[in-house]
Design a protein around this ligand. Structure first.
Ligand code: FES
Length: 100
């Protein structure tokens, strides 16, 4: 695993999420009240990008059928047997990095 620089801090406002693609890897980057988190971007249901989903507090909803994920852990409340990966995140010098 290595730290991957994925985005500028100011590119993602609190309460927002988006897909970032770096070095052939895709992540859902989330800003939960100023704290950044990173999840696998592929919904385990039908594979759509979770970064296009809707973030409500710590809950991330898939844009297609609304499965609910914990933005901090990747746990899936809709289907507990179908979590997404969660990655460590660090913020340094205005940049967000993901360990993956
Ligand atoms: S594709 Fe995500 S809930 Fe169906």
């Amino acid at each position: 695993m290595t730290w991957i620089d994925v985005a500028a801090v100011e590119s993602l406002a609190p309460g927002k999420c988006r897909t970032v693609e770096v070095q052939g890897r895709r992540f859902t980057l989330l800003n939960v009240g100023g704290e950044f988190h990173a999840l696998g971007d592929r919904c385990p249901h039908r594979g759509v990008p979770l970064g296009a989903g809707y973030l409500d507090g710590t809950k991330l909803y898939c844009p297609l059928h609304g499965w609910e994920f914990d933005a901090r852990t990747g746990a899936c409340a809709s289907r507990p047997d179908q979590p997404v990966d969660s990655y460590p995140v660090s913020v340094e010098n205005g940049r967000v990095r993901v360990l993956a």
